[in-house]
Design a protein around this ligand. Structure first.
Ligand SMILES: [Zn+2]
Length: 293
């Protein structure tokens, strides 16, 4: 793994989900990297500069390396999409987990990734939403969704159980992010601790029924603090238009910010995660020291 942080940048490789880390100290912007194969390009310092991304037409499965005409489940070839537990429909709909039936596509993977503690959380990404994630994916999951703040609500024993809880919560709260609103930076402030307590009261009966079936300790309400995130965005887009590498293989513009898994350019936004597995060349010109002038 090499860290490319000196300009000019000219790196080619297969796109992966952008690694992000919460700002340190607290309150400072999330730090993003563009990952191309084994190379990592620090993105925060490129904000304000022209960049380009050029897709060379080759997509390689991130699991088996095979060239695939189309990317399935964000970066996989068709056979892997059909074979891997990570691409099964229960990943999108955790309440449909079928591990207990002995039909998990990869029981070892399921044991390590689904039969472990999950967090049911509330986040403010484009408004209030409920979501679930593996305990170890906090706060990565929140940053990937572009949440400005998030709070754990419950800790539950398994992925499926978190899915059942989420289904109950969805009757009262959204479970999706409106990515256009998220990218415009138009979030309204919410008191997530208050929202958490309100929602817990609304789903109390359902939670009791689930505890009766799965054990009293299987769903634990938690009083954990919320976390705030600020994103490295210099200019918010007025109108959100998205670039599509399948239609226009070369995308260029001034990098104005990064939020969630999106790059915000003055020419439009691009969802990097959508192009996982795409072989691209990423360029940023030399830093003359006054490129922001
Ligand atoms: Zn594959």
């Amino acid at each position: 793994m090499t860290q490319t942080s000196v300009n000019p940048v000219d790196v080619s490789g297969r796109l992966r989900k952008m690694p992000a880390s919460a700002g340190n100290p607290v309150g400072s912007p999330v730090q993003y990297q563009l990952r191309l194969g084994d190379d990592h390009v620090a993105l925060n310092e490129l904000i304000g500069q022209p960049i380009s991304i050029e897709f060379d037409g080759v997509i390689r499965c991130i699991n088996c390396d095979r060239v695939t005409k189309k990317s399935f489940s964000q970066g996989f070839c068709f056979p892997c999409m059909r074979k891997l537990a990570a691409c099964d429909s229960c990943i999108m709909s955790p309440e449909k987990c079928h591990f207990h039936l002995g039909t998990c596509r990869e029981p070892e993977w399921g044991q390590a990734n689904c039969m472990v503690e999950h967090v049911v959380y509330l986040a403010n990404s484009s408004g209030l939403k409920v979501g679930i994630t593996r305990g170890t994916q906090v706060p990565t999951r929140w940053i990937d969704q572009g949440a400005v703040d998030a709070i754990p609500m419950l800790r539950v024993a398994t992925r499926q159980l978190s899915g059942f809880v989420e289904v109950a919560c969805k009757a009262h709260v959204a479970d999706r992010t409106n990515w256009r609103t998220m990218l415009k930076g138009e979030t309204t402030e919410l008191n997530l601790a208050e929202e958490r307590d309100k929602l817990l009261a609304l789903v109390a009966e359902e939670l009791d029924a689930l505890r009766a079936e799965h054990g009293a300790d299987s769903i634990r309400a938690v009083q954990e603090p919320s976390r705030d995130f600020s994103y490295p965005v210099e200019v918010w887009p007025q109108k959100v238009t998205s670039h599509n590498l399948d239609k226009t293989p070369r995308v260029s513009g001034v990098l104005q910010g990064v939020k969630g898994q999106y790059l915000i350019l003055d020419t439009g936004v691009i969802n990097i995660r959508k192009y996982t597995g795409y072989q691209v060349r990423f360029c940023a010109p030399a830093n003359t020291g006054d490129s922001n002038a």
